[in-house]
Design a protein around this ligand. Structure first.
Ligand code: F0G
Length: 353
Protein backbone atom coordinates (compact mmCIF):
# COMPACT_ATOMS: atom_id res chain seq x y z
CA UNK A 1 0.00 0.00 0.00
CA UNK A 2 1.13 3.55 -0.61
CA UNK A 3 2.68 5.61 2.18
CA UNK A 4 0.06 6.66 4.76
CA UNK A 5 2.18 8.74 7.13
CA UNK A 6 4.28 8.04 10.20
CA UNK A 7 1.57 6.91 12.64
CA UNK A 8 0.54 4.20 10.21
CA UNK A 9 4.06 3.18 9.21
CA UNK A 10 5.88 3.31 12.55
CA UNK A 11 3.05 2.58 14.99
CA UNK A 12 4.95 -0.18 16.80
CA UNK A 13 7.62 2.40 17.71
CA UNK A 14 5.12 5.09 18.73
CA UNK A 15 2.75 5.64 21.68
CA UNK A 16 -0.23 4.57 19.56
CA UNK A 17 -3.26 2.91 21.17
CA UNK A 18 -6.52 1.59 19.71
CA UNK A 19 -8.01 4.98 20.50
CA UNK A 20 -5.37 7.03 18.66
CA UNK A 21 -6.99 8.48 15.52
CA UNK A 22 -5.36 7.59 12.20
CA UNK A 23 -4.43 11.22 11.58
CA UNK A 24 -2.22 11.79 8.54
CA UNK A 25 -1.29 14.27 5.86
CA UNK A 26 1.15 11.61 4.55
CA UNK A 27 4.06 13.19 6.41
CA UNK A 28 7.44 11.45 6.53
CA UNK A 29 9.09 9.21 3.92
CA UNK A 30 11.14 12.22 2.76
CA UNK A 31 14.07 11.84 0.37
CA UNK A 32 17.67 11.43 1.45
CA UNK A 33 19.59 12.90 -1.46
CA UNK A 34 23.28 12.45 -2.23
CA UNK A 35 25.08 15.76 -2.83
CA UNK A 36 27.85 15.01 -5.38
CA UNK A 37 29.20 18.55 -5.72
CA UNK A 38 29.46 19.32 -2.03
CA UNK A 39 30.80 15.82 -1.35
CA UNK A 40 33.64 16.40 -3.76
CA UNK A 41 34.30 19.89 -2.46
CA UNK A 42 34.53 18.66 1.14
CA UNK A 43 36.01 15.19 0.64
CA UNK A 44 33.14 13.45 2.43
CA UNK A 45 30.08 11.46 1.40
CA UNK A 46 27.34 14.02 2.03
CA UNK A 47 23.58 13.45 1.98
CA UNK A 48 20.68 15.79 2.72
CA UNK A 49 17.51 14.64 4.48
CA UNK A 50 15.01 16.86 2.70
CA UNK A 51 12.42 17.55 5.36
CA UNK A 52 11.02 20.42 3.32
CA UNK A 53 9.22 17.67 1.38
CA UNK A 54 6.80 17.19 4.28
CA UNK A 55 3.16 18.32 3.86
CA UNK A 56 3.62 21.76 5.44
CA UNK A 57 7.22 22.05 4.26
CA UNK A 58 9.12 21.23 7.45
CA UNK A 59 10.14 18.39 9.78
CA UNK A 60 7.62 19.63 12.34
CA UNK A 61 4.87 17.56 10.69
CA UNK A 62 6.33 14.30 12.03
CA UNK A 63 5.97 15.44 15.62
CA UNK A 64 2.82 17.45 15.11
CA UNK A 65 0.77 14.58 13.68
CA UNK A 66 1.57 12.59 16.82
CA UNK A 67 0.90 15.48 19.24
CA UNK A 68 -2.40 16.42 17.59
CA UNK A 69 -3.56 12.78 17.33
CA UNK A 70 -2.90 12.35 21.06
CA UNK A 71 -4.69 15.63 21.81
CA UNK A 72 -7.76 14.28 19.99
CA UNK A 73 -7.43 10.96 21.81
CA UNK A 74 -7.37 12.80 25.14
CA UNK A 75 -10.49 14.79 24.23
CA UNK A 76 -8.83 18.16 23.75
CA UNK A 77 -10.60 20.76 21.62
CA UNK A 78 -7.75 23.27 21.17
CA UNK A 79 -4.00 23.25 20.69
CA UNK A 80 -1.59 26.08 21.37
CA UNK A 81 2.08 26.74 20.60
CA UNK A 82 4.72 29.41 20.51
CA UNK A 83 6.63 29.43 17.27
CA UNK A 84 9.26 30.97 15.04
CA UNK A 85 6.92 29.91 12.22
CA UNK A 86 7.17 26.26 11.24
CA UNK A 87 5.64 24.77 14.37
CA UNK A 88 2.70 27.12 14.02
CA UNK A 89 2.18 26.24 10.34
CA UNK A 90 2.26 22.56 11.17
CA UNK A 91 0.03 22.86 14.26
CA UNK A 92 -2.49 24.86 12.25
CA UNK A 93 -2.58 22.28 9.44
CA UNK A 94 -3.00 19.21 11.66
CA UNK A 95 -5.51 21.00 13.89
CA UNK A 96 -7.53 21.87 10.77
CA UNK A 97 -7.40 18.26 9.64
CA UNK A 98 -8.44 16.98 13.08
CA UNK A 99 -11.15 19.60 13.62
CA UNK A 100 -9.40 21.32 16.54
CA UNK A 101 -8.85 24.97 17.21
CA UNK A 102 -5.24 26.18 16.81
CA UNK A 103 -3.96 29.19 18.73
CA UNK A 104 -0.44 30.35 17.94
CA UNK A 105 1.77 32.92 19.65
CA UNK A 106 4.53 34.34 17.48
CA UNK A 107 7.22 37.05 17.62
CA UNK A 108 5.91 40.03 15.69
CA UNK A 109 7.82 40.78 12.48
CA UNK A 110 10.12 37.77 12.85
CA UNK A 111 8.15 35.03 11.16
CA UNK A 112 8.97 34.34 7.50
CA UNK A 113 6.23 35.26 5.05
CA UNK A 114 5.42 31.75 3.81
CA UNK A 115 4.97 30.45 7.35
CA UNK A 116 2.62 33.28 8.26
CA UNK A 117 0.62 32.67 5.07
CA UNK A 118 0.28 29.01 6.01
CA UNK A 119 -0.97 29.73 9.54
CA UNK A 120 -3.53 32.15 8.18
CA UNK A 121 -4.72 29.80 5.43
CA UNK A 122 -5.08 26.82 7.79
CA UNK A 123 -7.26 29.00 9.97
CA UNK A 124 -5.11 29.43 13.07
CA UNK A 125 -5.96 32.16 15.56
CA UNK A 126 -2.81 34.24 15.66
CA UNK A 127 -1.43 36.27 18.56
CA UNK A 128 1.67 38.38 17.82
CA UNK A 129 3.79 39.68 20.68
CA UNK A 130 6.47 42.35 20.86
CA UNK A 131 8.83 39.72 22.17
CA UNK A 132 10.83 36.75 20.94
CA UNK A 133 10.15 33.01 20.77
CA UNK A 134 11.48 32.41 24.28
CA UNK A 135 9.03 34.96 25.72
CA UNK A 136 6.16 33.38 23.78
CA UNK A 137 7.07 29.85 24.88
CA UNK A 138 7.19 30.89 28.52
CA UNK A 139 3.69 32.35 28.21
CA UNK A 140 2.08 29.36 26.50
CA UNK A 141 3.74 26.83 28.82
CA UNK A 142 2.31 28.58 31.86
CA UNK A 143 -1.07 29.21 30.28
CA UNK A 144 -1.56 25.61 29.17
CA UNK A 145 -1.08 24.38 32.74
CA UNK A 146 -4.40 25.95 33.71
CA UNK A 147 -6.42 26.63 30.53
CA UNK A 148 -8.20 23.80 28.64
CA UNK A 149 -5.77 23.79 25.74
CA UNK A 150 -3.05 21.31 24.74
CA UNK A 151 0.49 22.60 24.35
CA UNK A 152 2.07 21.25 21.15
CA UNK A 153 5.57 22.71 21.39
CA UNK A 154 8.34 20.13 21.55
CA UNK A 155 8.12 20.07 25.37
CA UNK A 156 5.06 17.91 24.61
CA UNK A 157 6.72 14.46 24.63
CA UNK A 158 4.62 13.18 21.70
CA UNK A 159 6.38 15.69 19.45
CA UNK A 160 9.78 14.06 19.93
CA UNK A 161 8.22 10.62 19.52
CA UNK A 162 6.98 11.55 16.05
CA UNK A 163 10.16 13.39 15.10
CA UNK A 164 12.40 10.42 15.97
CA UNK A 165 11.01 8.62 12.89
CA UNK A 166 13.31 10.72 10.70
CA UNK A 167 16.28 8.88 12.23
CA UNK A 168 14.64 5.55 11.35
CA UNK A 169 14.29 6.66 7.75
CA UNK A 170 17.91 7.83 7.52
CA UNK A 171 19.03 4.35 8.68
CA UNK A 172 16.72 2.64 6.19
CA UNK A 173 17.85 4.89 3.35
CA UNK A 174 21.58 4.42 4.00
CA UNK A 175 21.32 0.80 5.18
CA UNK A 176 22.87 1.90 8.49
CA UNK A 177 23.36 5.06 10.54
CA UNK A 178 25.71 7.66 9.00
CA UNK A 179 29.03 8.45 10.70
CA UNK A 180 27.74 11.94 11.42
CA UNK A 181 24.25 13.41 11.62
CA UNK A 182 24.31 17.20 11.27
CA UNK A 183 21.27 19.17 12.35
CA UNK A 184 20.36 22.80 13.06
CA UNK A 185 19.62 23.55 16.71
CA UNK A 186 17.00 26.06 17.85
CA UNK A 187 14.83 24.89 20.71
CA UNK A 188 16.88 21.64 20.61
CA UNK A 189 13.92 19.29 20.23
CA UNK A 190 14.97 17.84 16.90
CA UNK A 191 18.53 16.89 17.85
CA UNK A 192 17.06 15.16 20.93
CA UNK A 193 14.45 13.34 18.83
CA UNK A 194 17.00 12.13 16.27
CA UNK A 195 19.26 10.79 18.99
CA UNK A 196 16.35 8.95 20.62
CA UNK A 197 15.42 7.52 17.21
CA UNK A 198 18.94 6.33 16.40
CA UNK A 199 19.27 4.63 19.80
CA UNK A 200 15.90 2.87 19.47
CA UNK A 201 16.55 1.70 15.93
CA UNK A 202 20.00 0.47 16.84
CA UNK A 203 18.51 -1.58 19.69
CA UNK A 204 15.97 -3.15 17.31
CA UNK A 205 17.99 -3.45 14.12
CA UNK A 206 21.68 -2.93 14.97
CA UNK A 207 21.96 0.02 12.63
CA UNK A 208 24.85 1.54 14.65
CA UNK A 209 24.95 5.08 16.04
CA UNK A 210 26.10 8.32 14.44
CA UNK A 211 27.96 11.16 16.13
CA UNK A 212 25.48 14.00 16.58
CA UNK A 213 26.66 17.39 15.29
CA UNK A 214 24.24 20.21 16.14
CA UNK A 215 24.64 23.80 14.94
CA UNK A 216 23.21 26.95 16.46
CA UNK A 217 23.28 30.37 14.82
CA UNK A 218 26.07 32.48 16.33
CA UNK A 219 23.67 35.20 17.49
CA UNK A 220 21.51 32.62 19.24
CA UNK A 221 24.14 30.16 20.44
CA UNK A 222 22.99 29.59 24.01
CA UNK A 223 24.26 26.02 24.29
CA UNK A 224 27.66 26.79 22.76
CA UNK A 225 28.13 29.85 24.97
CA UNK A 226 26.58 28.07 27.95
CA UNK A 227 24.35 31.01 28.79
CA UNK A 228 20.85 32.20 28.01
CA UNK A 229 20.87 34.77 25.19
CA UNK A 230 18.21 37.37 26.13
CA UNK A 231 18.01 38.97 22.67
CA UNK A 232 18.90 36.35 20.07
CA UNK A 233 19.43 37.60 16.51
CA UNK A 234 20.06 35.74 13.25
CA UNK A 235 19.02 35.80 9.60
CA UNK A 236 17.79 32.25 10.25
CA UNK A 237 14.61 33.30 12.06
CA UNK A 238 13.57 29.64 12.48
CA UNK A 239 16.36 29.16 15.04
CA UNK A 240 16.28 32.63 16.61
CA UNK A 241 16.04 31.12 20.10
CA UNK A 242 18.06 32.11 23.17
CA UNK A 243 16.90 29.62 25.80
CA UNK A 244 16.33 26.20 24.23
CA UNK A 245 13.73 24.09 26.06
CA UNK A 246 15.52 20.78 25.38
CA UNK A 247 18.97 22.12 26.31
CA UNK A 248 19.83 19.19 28.61
CA UNK A 249 18.72 16.55 26.13
CA UNK A 250 20.80 18.19 23.40
CA UNK A 251 23.89 18.07 25.63
CA UNK A 252 23.17 14.42 26.38
CA UNK A 253 22.87 13.64 22.64
CA UNK A 254 26.18 15.39 22.05
CA UNK A 255 28.02 13.68 24.90
CA UNK A 256 26.58 10.18 24.53
CA UNK A 257 27.34 10.18 20.79
CA UNK A 258 30.79 11.75 21.02
CA UNK A 259 29.47 14.62 18.93
CA UNK A 260 29.56 18.37 19.00
CA UNK A 261 27.35 21.42 19.27
CA UNK A 262 28.88 24.29 17.37
CA UNK A 263 27.80 27.61 15.97
CA UNK A 264 27.75 29.14 12.51
CA UNK A 265 27.69 32.81 11.57
CA UNK A 266 24.95 34.37 9.47
CA UNK A 267 27.50 34.69 6.66
CA UNK A 268 28.24 30.98 6.81
CA UNK A 269 24.50 30.24 6.78
CA UNK A 270 23.90 32.52 3.80
CA UNK A 271 26.79 30.98 1.86
CA UNK A 272 25.54 27.45 2.51
CA UNK A 273 21.99 28.56 1.58
CA UNK A 274 23.17 29.67 -1.87
CA UNK A 275 25.65 26.85 -2.42
CA UNK A 276 23.00 24.21 -1.76
CA UNK A 277 20.58 25.78 -4.20
CA UNK A 278 23.11 26.56 -6.91
CA UNK A 279 25.20 23.39 -6.76
CA UNK A 280 22.71 20.73 -5.68
CA UNK A 281 19.33 22.11 -6.75
CA UNK A 282 17.93 22.09 -3.23
CA UNK A 283 16.20 25.20 -1.91
CA UNK A 284 16.15 24.87 1.87
CA UNK A 285 15.26 27.70 4.23
CA UNK A 286 18.13 29.57 5.95
CA UNK A 287 17.64 27.88 9.33
CA UNK A 288 18.00 24.50 7.62
CA UNK A 289 21.29 25.54 6.13
CA UNK A 290 22.93 25.82 9.55
CA UNK A 291 23.51 22.06 9.18
CA UNK A 292 25.30 22.42 5.84
CA UNK A 293 27.21 25.50 7.04
CA UNK A 294 28.29 23.50 10.08
CA UNK A 295 29.46 20.55 7.99
CA UNK A 296 31.50 22.88 5.74
CA UNK A 297 33.05 24.55 8.79
CA UNK A 298 33.85 21.27 10.56
CA UNK A 299 35.36 19.72 7.43
CA UNK A 300 37.63 22.75 7.09
CA UNK A 301 38.63 22.52 10.74
CA UNK A 302 39.33 18.79 10.36
CA UNK A 303 36.79 17.74 12.99
CA UNK A 304 34.93 15.79 10.28
CA UNK A 305 37.39 13.34 8.76
CA UNK A 306 37.78 12.89 5.00
CA UNK A 307 35.63 10.07 3.66
CA UNK A 308 33.06 10.29 6.47
CA UNK A 309 29.45 9.48 5.65
CA UNK A 310 27.52 12.59 6.69
CA UNK A 311 23.75 13.14 6.67
CA UNK A 312 22.68 16.77 7.05
CA UNK A 313 19.09 17.51 7.99
CA UNK A 314 17.47 20.18 5.82
CA UNK A 315 14.65 21.01 8.16
CA UNK A 316 12.47 23.34 6.05
CA UNK A 317 11.61 24.32 2.49
CA UNK A 318 13.19 27.42 0.98
CA UNK A 319 9.80 28.70 -0.21
CA UNK A 320 8.94 29.40 3.42
CA UNK A 321 11.16 32.48 3.40
CA UNK A 322 11.13 34.06 -0.08
CA UNK A 323 12.17 37.47 1.27
CA UNK A 324 15.53 36.30 2.58
CA UNK A 325 16.17 34.41 -0.66
CA UNK A 326 15.45 37.45 -2.81
CA UNK A 327 17.68 39.62 -0.63
CA UNK A 328 20.59 37.19 -1.02
CA UNK A 329 20.75 37.20 -4.77
CA UNK A 330 21.51 40.71 -5.88
CA UNK A 331 21.43 39.95 -9.61
CA UNK A 332 18.09 41.26 -10.88
CA UNK A 333 16.21 39.79 -13.85
CA UNK A 334 17.04 41.45 -17.19
CA UNK A 335 14.06 43.54 -18.25
CA UNK A 336 13.27 43.62 -21.99
CA UNK A 337 10.27 44.84 -24.01
CA UNK A 338 7.69 42.35 -25.32
CA UNK A 339 9.57 42.17 -28.61
CA UNK A 340 10.51 38.77 -30.03
CA UNK A 341 13.41 40.10 -32.04
CA UNK A 342 15.02 41.85 -29.07
CA UNK A 343 14.48 38.92 -26.70
CA UNK A 344 15.80 36.43 -29.27
CA UNK A 345 18.85 38.54 -30.02
CA UNK A 346 19.63 38.97 -26.34
CA UNK A 347 19.33 35.28 -25.46
CA UNK A 348 21.11 34.09 -28.62
CA UNK A 349 23.99 36.32 -27.65
CA UNK A 350 24.00 34.76 -24.16
CA UNK A 351 24.22 31.17 -25.40
CA UNK A 352 26.67 31.59 -28.26
CA UNK A 353 30.35 31.94 -27.59
N1 F0G B 1 15.04 24.31 11.37
C1 F0G B 1 13.84 24.87 11.17
C2 F0G B 1 13.45 25.18 9.76
C3 F0G B 1 12.99 25.16 12.26
O1 F0G B 1 11.82 25.72 12.04
C4 F0G B 1 13.45 24.88 13.57
C5 F0G B 1 12.63 25.18 14.73
C6 F0G B 1 14.70 24.28 13.71
C7 F0G B 1 15.47 24.01 12.60
C8 F0G B 1 15.26 23.92 15.03
O2 F0G B 1 14.67 22.79 15.57
O3 F0G B 1 13.84 23.79 17.66
O4 F0G B 1 13.91 21.32 17.35
O5 F0G B 1 16.02 22.62 17.61
N2 F0G B 1 11.55 25.83 14.69
C9 F0G B 1 10.62 26.01 15.81
C10 F0G B 1 9.34 26.66 15.33
C11 F0G B 1 11.22 26.63 16.99
O6 F0G B 1 8.66 27.32 16.12
O7 F0G B 1 8.98 26.46 14.18
P1 F0G B 1 14.61 22.62 17.15
Amino acid sequence: MSWQGIIDHYQSYLPVTKKTPALSLHEGNTPLIHFPHLSELLGVELYGKVEGANPTGSFKDRGMVMAVAKAVEEGSKSVICASTGNTSASAAAYAARAGLRAIIVIPKGKVALGKLAQAKMYGAEIVEIDGNFDDALKMVRKLSENAPVTLVNSVNPYRLEGQKTAAFEVCEQLGEAPDILAVPVGNAGNISAYWKGFKEYNREKQTALPRMFGFEAEGAAAIVKNKIIPNPETVATAIRIGNPASWDMAIAARDESGGKIGMVTDDEIKKAFQLLAKKEGIFAEPGSCASIAGVIQQCKEGAIKQGSKVAAVLTGNGLKDPQTAIEQVTVDPVSLPNDEEKVTAYITDMVTE
